[in-house]
Design a binder for this molecule. Sequence first.
Ligand SMILES: Cc1ncc(Cc2csc(CCOP(=O)(O)OP(=O)(O)O)c2C)c(N)n1
Ligand SMILES: [Mg+2]
Length: 542
Amino acid sequence: MNLSQVLLSALKAHGAREVFGIPGDFALPFFREIENAGILPLYTLSHEPGVGFAADASARIRSTLSVAAVTYGAGALNMVNPVAGAYAEKSPVVVISGAPGKGEASTGLLLHHQAKTLDSQFAIYQEITCDQARLTDARTAPAEIARVLASCLRESRPVYIELPRDMVAEPCEPVVALGAPAVDPAALDACTDEILARLAAAERPVLMVGVEVRRFDLEAQVAALARQLGIPVVTSILGRGLLAGHDAPLAGTYLGVAGDEAVTALVEDSDALLMLGVLVSDTNFGVSARQIDLRKAIHACDGEVTLGYHTYAHLPLGQVVRRLLERAPAARQMPTLAPPSYPHGMVADDAPIVPGDIARGINDLMARHGVMPIAADMGDCMFTAMEIAHQALVAPGYYATMGFGVPAGLGLQAATGERPLILVGDGAFQMTGWELGNCCRFGWDPIVLVFNNRSWEMLRTFQPESSFNDLSAWDFAGMAAGLGGDGVRVDTRAELAAALEQAVATRGRFQLIDVTIPRGELSPTLKRFVAGVKRLSAPGAR
Ligand SMILES: Cc1ncc(Cc2csc(CCOP(=O)(O)OP(=O)(O)O)c2C)c(N)n1
Ligand SMILES: [Mg+2]
């Protein structure tokens, strides 16, 4: 085999099921190898941010690594933002960048696509990946690939592989995958015993699940653990959608002052908050009504478990969950929880549409036609997603970048074959919505709801005096046909209800519903979030 075939085979063996990418002259030879080898299907998109977001979503929904292949310089540096978001939200994306060959790198000329030096890109990617390799020697390449792919899966973070274009066809030995690092059984037992002792001594234990539970494919085990422990479960905002379809005593999503009061009280009154795979971020905890004393919490994330003032190192979450399941006593009783409730029954009348209506309309639609995986962009559409019945959701809930929604929806359909629902604001659609033009090439047919308030509304809520938050009215519905889909603008709730039914009934072409929302109208969740942030950030609030 050659180096490209070895790399592609190793990627597939480690869980990759496709490559998203855009070539360039430094990557053309590698893309030719991808196409000729047929080891992984290649989906080329139109702009590298879309490549990164699509690969990120594929990794999230399949709970394993994914691949984003680009050219050197203009391509790879164009993808820095999505990879940074994948790093922040623990999504294992393998970035493969073409690069100048040995000969050209030594000409002494400034090469096209070169920024500062030929090492600059590698240095930039060192900041947003957990491991890196430059495949400049076919003798060491298998071990380099094995190391980097093992890091990607172990850390659940992006990694970076630089592939000089004169190396792609070099004969190469296959990759031998590295095994998982050994775990100290005594430390694991001491840690799990301490966790169980704290939970047993607590009067109000609560389990909070976060992104790592999905990333390490632990939802079934964590649902079983919650049942065995007999304690209520909540998700973090970034963990929204976790345990959907699993039998777990799920109370809802913790949103602090922006969320359900009962869920907020459950978490903030707990005397033993067990956080599994939760990122302790401002979006997860920044709107806590009361400061949660994290020193009383038990936090398992990033391969460590912290209890109070001490930390157990090198304990992967999967091992901790496995050992807890083996050692936890059977629950005396299950918590009596009111199941989470979600708004239904949108009135299909001539009233204008507000974001809360969209959540109701989608909940009604899914009650009739079944759930769909959801990709949400940053903006009020993401807060509206918190009001949609709990199911698989990918959204930039912590890194909070715009542009994620449409490409992530395409990544979902490429990865799962399931038709996704995409929620995106007009501002974010202006960034990456055009990737919909690639749907017809690959047979994708997402249903896309554009929250068209002609505004950067989230910014306006924090700075209403600035007129630069006003956007003009783009006719997104009118643009759909030119991109190979169907578009309709809806101004009333009756029109929204009809458009949703029509979209579900139409397969094979993306369906874009351009939803007119009066400027200034917010989802109930965003209203509470903004009010909470303003109140908690007021002088003397804490
Ligand atoms: C890549 C990037 N650049 C800027 C910003 C900063 C921002 C956060 S929210 C927002 C406005 C979003 O407008 P949209 O119409 O999409 O949604 P809505 O507020 O509901 O009306 C901006 C510009 C972020 N997060 N990411
Ligand atoms: Mg908007």
